[in-house]
Design a protein around this ligand. Structure first.
Ligand code: CA
Length: 229
């Protein structure tokens, strides 16, 4: 079945260009010209991914993204933000709002398609797979069991959810705020520093003496499930 993409873009020529390129690459394309229409269309029929323009009339792309992340039905829906802005601060704001990726205009259609395929692929293991793996680490979702190199790992509920989230998005760097939203949820207020505490516990549980650290700290950016080269 063709992957369905909702293109949310108010500039008709750009929307037409996106439709042309995506259909050529085998995607089924839906369009929305503003945030309200996007939210309505997503509620009616959830697409496999959303290409969301930052600058939209009425409801901004950032706000649309926040609303999608707030609802359990659309929390895992892959979103790529499209924007004319390229500032690092804007990039962080875009990702903080819950976007999975970020593409700056003007962009190459080939790159956009590659990123789109990547976010759709990343979103899939959460639904189907029973076992998540990374390096010598295994998480059996059915049995709620984690092992590393055959050794049983005992995790608290928060560390378990944190690790599951990392396993579903391997190699990607998440800010403390993003981890809070994804693992703790939007409705609870937790100090960003709390994330550091749980990351420390997770590391302690995962890494036996002499083993590689599977959690990478990225200075001023956040954390990733990754190994240093
Ligand atoms: Ca626009």
């Amino acid at each position: 079945m063709k992957p369905r993409v909702l293109v949310v873009e108010d500039e008709a020529p750009l929307a037409a260009m996106l439709r042309y390129n995506l259909e050529k690459e085998g995607f089924e394309v839906e369009e929305a010209a503003n945030g309200e229409e996007a939210l309505t269309k997503i509620a009616e029929r959830k697409p496999d991914a959303v290409l969301l323009d930052w600058m939209l009339p009425l409801v901004s792309g950032i706000e649309v993204c926040r609303q999608l992340r707030r609802s359990p039905a659309t929390r895992g829906l892959p979103v790529i933000m499209l924007t004319a802005r390229g500032e690092e601060a804007d990039r962080v704001r875009g990702l903080d709002s819950g976007a999975d990726d970020y593409v700056v205009k003007p962009f190459s259609p080939t790159e956009l398609v590659a990123r789109l395929r990547a976010v759709i692929r990343r979103a899939q293991p959460a639904a189907g797979a029973e076992t998540l793996r990374f390096a010598d680490l295994t998480m059996d979702l059915g049995a709620h069991r984690v092992t590393r190199n055959g050794r049983a790992i005992h995790l608290g509920p928060t560390e378990y959810r944190l690790l599951k989230f990392f396993l579903e998005h391997q190699g990607r760097v998440f800010s403390r705020e993003q981890l809070l939203d994804a693992v703790w949820g939007h409705d609870v207020y937790v100090e960003p520093r709390t994330v550091d505490v749980h990351i420390r516990r997770l590391r302690k549980a995962l890494n036996a003496p002499g083993e590689r650290d599977l959690v990478r700290t990225v200075r001023s950016a956040g954390y990733a499930l990754d190994v240093e080269d």
